[in-house]
Design a protein around this ligand. Sequence first.
Ligand code: HEC
Length: 133
Amino acid sequence: MTLSRRCLLLGLLAGGPGFVCRAAGQSDPGADSTVARAARGRSLFEGKGLCFSCHGKNGEGLLGPSTRLASRPSGHTRPSVADVAALIKSGVDSAHSISGQLMPARGGSRLNDAEVEAVATYVLELEKGRKPE
Ligand code: HEC
């Protein structure tokens, strides 16, 4: 996981997804698809997923600090894409809300499971301060 994240970051910096991973002798076939998923997740976040309407196009948080997703302090991000995907699917109900504001399941959108997975991949990068371009 750490390795493929590094590949993702370096791939993005190099402007050629997968190039660095292959150059470094990695044969991780997941690396290319992680880059592709994060890019797809970004357009879903800013579009069909409706996430931008509460979290802001850049994750800056339009409904107050608890809706800020960009560059969360370490320890304030969920550990894995699967954990973020689970949160997106369930939303945030009144029992779990920090601010008292709620998040509808899937943000109230019609994202399917594969799309939720892609958005989660993007959100985790965003939270870690590595917004993919
Ligand atoms: C109607 C507004 C709304 C929409 C749309 C929305 N959210 Fe949220 N989201 C919230 C609120 C409010 C919170 C924080 C609740 C709290 O104060 O604890 C939140 C919290 C989160 C968190 C952090 C929760 C945690 O505990 O880690 C993530 C990640 C998140 N949303 C992702 C998304 C994604 C991805 C989408 C789009 C699929 C989305 N949200 C759409 C309102 C929204």
